[in-house]
Design a protein around this ligand. Sequence first.
Ligand code: SF4
Length: 135
Amino acid sequence: MKTFFLLREEQACPVATMDVHVNVKNRQHAIDEYHYGPANPHEPEDHWQKLADIWGIDVNTAQTMKCENCAAFDISDKMRSCIEKGIVGNTKGSSAMATIEKADLGYCNLLHFKCAGSRTCALWLTNGPIDDEDL
Ligand code: SF4
């Protein structure tokens, strides 16, 4: 689907940061195909065991592999600014950055949606995240 990769040229932001419908569609793809989750990191149920089984590793190791340290997790100021613009939308006075900070949001450069640092998926890459020093 081309919408995974297109940028809005006028904003130079990924579409999913600006369009919540595209974001949810791409997130569902991540859930269905790459075991993105857990849905509630505070109540993970068997998420980490399933991910450990996918990788063929133990649960403790699987729990060290999160979006927050994945090389596809972009938390650069530029990307977080894109996310902030998308959350603010037309709602004046909302604190989009507070939402970003609370949820530890970044942008997944592989699956093209806003993901959370406390979650993960089967595509996890070592040596992340991407921050301003990498750009
Ligand atoms: S590829 Fe990395 S940043 Fe993207 S959802 Fe998976 S673990 Fe998170």
